[in-house]
Design a protein around this ligand. Structure first.
Ligand SMILES: CSCCC(=O)C(=O)COP(=O)(O)O
Ligand SMILES: [Mg+2]
Length: 229
């Protein structure tokens, strides 16, 4: 029996194009002036120190850090410091009404139905927990943060690493066979399966021929009571 469902965001609950064509360009455009304005605030200074550590350059200047951040963005590197800073920049965009958090139309009704069946709902994304809460808090369908009880980002580990799913399982205090991970990326699902979890792949555009996971095109096709099939 599935007791908890952990969902990815990009490509799973939300269109990849929203992340790559709206969120990422917004963060890139605002990065430099935003950092100049906020660099002395404790949270931002802390993220910049994390970035210096990631780079192995404890004395890196502000200009060097900005160059590194642009390079990380070019590589879509899942750097915790970059992800923390992007989340803080996106906050202004959500608050100003520049965009709302994109969700596929099938996502909110499915989440509500699962919650009504007492299934624990969680998010696991490379985006920071703060960024996850903004996306669901300012979503196209209103504030959905109340549907989720746990939020995980790369502080538990990378999404293609088995240990990350073991860490999440320990935090949830449930056996792995009661956990279901939803993602569009089969390498992430491979890691979850290796940790003993159930997996389902969201294929929003076309099937993934390189995958060994069960594939569905929408959340409406998922009935946790029927798993495993
Ligand atoms: C919180 S939405 C932004 C997602 C993000 O920043 C990202 O890098 C997506 O990575 P994922 O591992 O969730 O595909
Ligand atoms: Mg994804």
């Amino acid at each position: 029996m599935i007791r908890a469902i952990v969902t990815d965001i990009e490509g799973t609950t939300s269109d990849i194009r929203f992340v790559h064509q709206v969120l990422f360009p917004f963060a890139r455009k605002h990065l430099e002036p935003w950092l100049t304005r906020h660099q002395h605030e404790a949270l931002i200074a802390h993220s910049l120190d994390d970035l210096r550590q990631e780079l192995g350059q404890p004395q890196a200047s502000q200009a060097e850090l900005i160059t590194a951040l642009y390079a990380f963005m070019d590589q879509d590197r899942k750097s915790p410091a970059l992800k923390a800073l992007q989340g803080m920049i996106w906050r202004d965009g959500y608050l100003n009404g520049d965009f709302t958090g994109d969700l596929y139309a099938d996502v909110p009704p499915a989440l509500r139905a699962w919650q009504q069946r007492d299934i624990i709902l969680c998010v696991y994304s490379s985006g920071s927990v703060a960024a996850q809460k903004l996306l669901f808090g300012y979503s196209d369908a209103g504030d959905l943060t109340g549907l989720f009880s746990h939020w995980f980002d790369t502080h538990v580990g990378g999404k293609r690493e088995v240990t990350s799913y073991r860490n999440i399982q320990q935090q949830l205090g449930l056996p792995p066979q009661e956990l279901l991970f939803l993602s569009d990326i089969h390498q992430e699902l491979d890691a979850a399966r290796s940790a003993g979890w159930h997996t389902l792949q969201l294929v929003r555009d076309q099937p993934d021929t390189g995958s060994t996971h069960r594939q569905v095109a929408s959340f409406a096709e998922i009935n946790p009571e029927l798993l495993p099939i």
